[in-house]
Design a protein around this ligand. Structure first.
Ligand code: ADP
Ligand code: MG
Length: 366
């Protein structure tokens, strides 16, 4: 069994109705090592793994191919696609297409690339369905909290109010025919940090599939896109491991094909000020980084969806988040919360069945 891109964390489970004692978890791809007899005869496909840093994290591609050189070329093309998307969508590079768009005067339509238009359209869809909990216009608030994190000092209410006046997905207008984006308020700043890694993982997987490597997995730390399963297997085994501890104990594991899986949480990115822990995920309604400990794992047909929903459901919280997830087809959630030292886990109605479904559903019916 091989473990890639792994952050194995610790978990203590206490059985109970919808309540488990656990630590916050991250997901890792675990490729099951045992092959069925079918896989021996299927072909001489070998497993290859490649890694490359993009979007502030390490992207890992795992694929099955007959020849190393072909696998290498395909992985290179997929990483190149991620690099191109990174250049377009980065909020750290002042000359990225996204940042140039944010420089436009309010009210002026800007024609953008098909990719930027596509991801923004999808982002708006998730904003609407989450009632603004997921919102890529949250940039001014994220920036304020990043600054707070550096200075270890809270932003003032006045600063939060000012930033919040430039936030709101209804201030972002898209015109599909002309492929234009209009920012309707001054000082807006778009932040694709909650969706871009999942989008890039999906696009990288599509490149591999386009080159004939359908048995592939692309992982961008907590955001994973999987295609057809490894030879002789029913799916890619993805383990949901736990944090706040030291063992390699796995909390849950799912078998996925042609699907996405993402985990969001304040495991790694948070700041503690005056004894309060603030997540890098900001509630666009309050303007404050989440202070309730929550970690959300979403499974859905693709990683763009899981990335955005994992972030949005973190803001919505367990009750409202599960209500949303239960309305979406082929979508499931595992939510972990921690309050006053007590850990709880909640699963959406379809959590138990969705990975079986994902395994049973062919690519064409996606
Ligand atoms: P990670 O980047 O750790 O995988 P997420 O996918 O949840 O975690 O993305 C968090 C990032 O999304 C933040 O760093 C920020 O850039 C952006 N973000 C923060 N709050 C929101 C929000 N409410 N909606 C959309 N994006 C957000
Ligand atoms: Mg996300």
């Amino acid at each position: 069994m091989s473990v890639s891109n792994a952050k194995l964390l610790h978990c203590r489970l206490k059985p109970g109705l919808h309540t488990l004692c656990l630590s916050i978890c991250l997901i890792i791809p675990l490729l099951a090592g045992c092959h069925s007899p079918e896989s021996v005869s299927t072909n001489r496909l070998e497993r290859f793994e490649f890694q490359s840093p993009h979007m502030g994290t390490l992207f890992t591609i795992t694929l099955y191919a007959a020849q190393k050189s072909m696998a290498q070329n395909a992985a290179q093309a997929a990483f190149h696609r991620v690099a191109v998307l990174d250049e377009m969508m980065s909020d750290y590079q002042a000359d990225s297409e996204l940042m140039r768009l944010c420089e436009a005067p309010p009210g002026q339509p800007v024609r953008v690339s098909p990719e930027l238009f596509d991801i923004l359209s999808q982002a708006q869809k998730f904003a609407a369905m989450s009632d603004g909990a997921f919102d890529v216009t949250v940039g001014p608030l994220v920036r304020l909290w990043r600054f707070a994190r550096k200075k270890k000092a809270l932003p003032t209410p006045a600063q939060i109010n000012e930033a919040a006046s430039s936030v709101g997905y209804n201030k972002l207008h898209l015109e599909a025919k002309a492929r234009t984006v209009t920012l309707l308020a001054p000082n807006m700043r778009l932040d694709l940090g909650g969706i871009a890694k999942g989008y890039a993982a999906d696009q990288a997987l599509a490149i591999l599939q386009g080159r004939g490597f359908a048995r592939a997995l692309v992982a961008a730390s907590g955001d994973i896109a999987v295609g057809d399963p490894p030879p002789g297997q029913r799916g890619w085994r993805v383990s949901i491991a736990n944090m706040d501890g030291h063992t390699n104990e796995t909390f849950r594991s799912v078998l996925l094909r042609n699907a996405g899986i993402s985990t969001s949480g304040d495991t790694e990115q948070f700041t503690e000020i005056d004894g309060v822990r603030y997540s890098h995920i900001v509630n666009p309604r309050t303007g404050v980084g989440l202070t309730n400990r929550i970690q959300v794992t979403i499974i859905a047909p693709n990683a763009t969806t899981t990335d955005a929903l994992a972030t949005g459901v973190s803001v919505l919280g367990a009750t409202r988040g599960l209500r949303l997830v239960d309305t979406l087809p082929r979508t499931a959630a595992l939510i972990a919360t921690k309050r006053d030292g007590e850990m709880r886990a909640f699963t959406s109605r379809r959590f138990k069945s969705v990975f079986t479904e994902a395994v049973a559903t062919s690519k064409t019916s996606r």
